[in-house]
Write a protein that binds this ligand. Structure first.
Ligand SMILES: [Zn+2]
Length: 73
């Protein structure tokens, strides 16, 4: 039996990149490499609420306002 054909394709250039829990961009390190990475898009630190001093929910809310504000220009 040859199961090498059993591959899962990852779309685009996001291979090896981790998904930011805040802004949903593939902007941080993948898996364990992404722990305590700071997202360059939304500046969320991927270590839970503690290092960010706000909750993920609050950060996402702020991000939403930021995006709305940017879109005004
Ligand atoms: Zn982010």
């Amino acid at each position: 039996m040859d199961n090498r054909e059993n591959k899962y394709s990852v779309v685009g250039e996001n291979e090896g990149k981790g998904l930011c829990p805040c802004c949903r961009y593939y902007s941080i390190g993948f898996g364990e490499e992404g722990f305590y990475d700071i997202c360059p898009v939304c500046f969320w630190e991927n270590g839970g609420d503690d290092p960010n001093h706000i909750t993920l929910e609050e950060a996402q809310k702020k991000l939403k306002y930021l995006v709305l504000w940017i879109n005004l220009f």
